[in-house]
Design a protein around this ligand. Structure first.
Ligand SMILES: Cc1ncc(COP(=O)(O)O)c(C=O)c1O
Length: 466
């Protein structure tokens, strides 16, 4: 795939001077484009918003004959839709004048109280005043970045990292520096080394973004011992931690792990969501932050949306008050555990030697490493032809690395489809190994320097591999 076509507007490197970027903007203004006459008028930050060059392939991946192990959509088949529908209808009948009215940008006080009960399951003791309701945790990520990041500021994030967060960081022209992770999550020694290196270069690091439990895309979980060390390192460096925890209650073994926020209420901003434990269409998430940050988040939310959907907030509040939500989470866990088992068994049975993969103890994802010389992005068209889809690893790094990895999700397809998908993928990898042995490694597809991450969302209705 030609890099030039994928990036018609050269992306701005966070490291470039504003004079350089101004000059290049003027050049674009004079060029224009038949497709978009405003191409030269966009703000510099809009040039960091790039669609995926594999978007077209994802529109094909949503066809029924293809087993998609790409999408990260929660499986709603187990949600009691009749009960939820009845509850929603009753809510509008009984409290429509509140549920359909504006409300405060911080969110419904009753919902914020219930959110504190949910977080108590992970050891967090928070006051409802510390909670800000958001449009999914994605908006919390946007608001946090908006209030902290100036163009060129450094944000630390695990390598690999959640594609939606990388998209947000790119849109604010952050300079993302990845910190390596292994089977126990973020590596504390690597974090210390990275912080020291950046400090020596006088680079402004604004925060560490981390997904400690059942990582997307890594599938790994930060061990308890490392949680303490990561907090200690960040406290010593005066570095704010953004703990993004959408999957924390979807663990397959025992009780939920203690959140980072449970042990540091000043240095950690916690992001939560009901997208995986109820339904993503509600778009209800939240941030818990110390008072100063909380106030800025509320102001930023007000500027962005005035307030969030009152109806969705009251629906979630009612759901938590009247429905057996703890039992429902157990149902979801069992559903995902069965699919995780199907995927791990199929991988063990079919994948050729040289492949390695993570064994998630919760969440939705397996991160697979291909044998040396193989390139997951170059291989994707051949996988789609063999009727299986995945997400190439390059989407999860801001610097274009990750081509030797790919993400598989087991959350959505039936176990039988997962097994079939893995079988097809194993055949593709086998063929790829043969090709590589005969002709040498596939050339790496270079991305334009300074380009933001590949944001993988496709057009509406298409498999969205968030
Ligand atoms: C790690 C992570 N953070 C945040 C989100 C955003 O979730 P939502 O905006 O639906 O709450 C997702 C969605 O997949 C995710 O995987």
């Amino acid at each position: 795939m030609a890099t030039e076509e994928a990036y018609p507007v050269p992306a701005r490197s966070p490291g470039r001077s504003s004079a350089q970027s101004h000059a290049s903007q003027q050049a674009h203004q004079s060029q224009g484009s038949l497709v978009d006459p405003y191409v030269g008028h966009y703000a510099a930050r809009a040039r960091e918003m790039v669609a995926s060059e594999i978007r077209a392939l994802f529109s094909v991946a949503s066809r029924p004959e293809i087993v998609s192990l790409a999408g990260g959509m929660p499986n709603l088949t187990a949600l009691p839709l009749d009960a939820v529908g009845e509850m929603a209808g009753q809510l509008v009948t009984d409290r429509g004048t509140v549920a359909l009215q504006y409300m405060s940008a911080q969110g419904d006080p009753g919902l914020r109280e219930s959110i504190c009960d949910v977080m108590a399951l992970e050891g967090i003791r928070a006051h409802p005043d510390e909670v800000v309701v958001t449009v999914g945790s994605q908006q919390a990520l946007d608001l946090i970045t908006r209030i902290f990041v100036d163009p060129g500021d450094v944000v630390l994030a695990e390598g690999p990292s959640y594609v939606g967060a990388l998209g947000t960081f790119a849109s604010f022209q952050a300079n993302v520096v990845h910190v390596p992770a292994d089977d126990d999550g973020l590596i504390p020694e690597a974090l210390t080394e990275t912080i020291a290196r950046l400090a020596a270069g006088s680079q402004r690091v604004k925060f560490l973004y981390t997904v400690p439990s059942f990582h997307n895309p890594g599938g790994v979980t930060l061990s308890l011992e490392r949680r303490a060390r990561v907090l200690e390192i960040c406290q010593r460096a005066g570095l704010l931690v953004i703990e993004d925890n959408p999957y924390g209650l979807l663990g397959f073994d025992g009780e939920p792990l203690r959140a980072l926020r449970a042990d540091d209420s000043h240095g950690v901003v916690y992001l939560g969501t009901f997208s995986k434990t109820i339904a993503p269409g509600l778009r209800v998430g939240w941030a818990v932050a110390p008072p100063g940050i909380r106030d800025k988040l509320v102001l930023a939310a007000e500027a962005a949306v005035l307030c969030h959907s009152s109806l969705a907030q009251l629906m979630v509040r009612e759901y938590l008050a009247s429905q057996p939500w703890r039992e429902q989470i157990k149902v979801f866990r069992e559903l995902y555990r069965e699919r995780r088992d199907a995927m791990l068994e199929a991988l063990a049975a079919a994948m050729p030697a040289g492949c390695r993969w993570t064994r998630p103890a919760g969440g939705f994802y397996v991160w697979l490493q291909l044998p040396p010389g193989l390139n997951s992005k170059a291989m994707l068209p051949r996988a789609i032809s063999s009727r299986v889809a995945y997400v190439p690893g390059t989407g999860f790094y801001s610097d274009g690395s990750g081509a030797e990895h790919l993400r598989l999700s087991y959350c959505f397809p039936e176990p039988g489809r997962i097994r079939e998908g893995v079988r097809r993928l194993a055949e593709v990898v086998d063929t790829e190994i043969e090709l590589c042995t005969t002709f040498g490694p596939a050339p790496m597809v270079e991305r334009a320097t300074g380009a933001g991450p590949v944001v993988l969302t496709g057009p509406a209705g298409v498999d969205t591999p968030q």
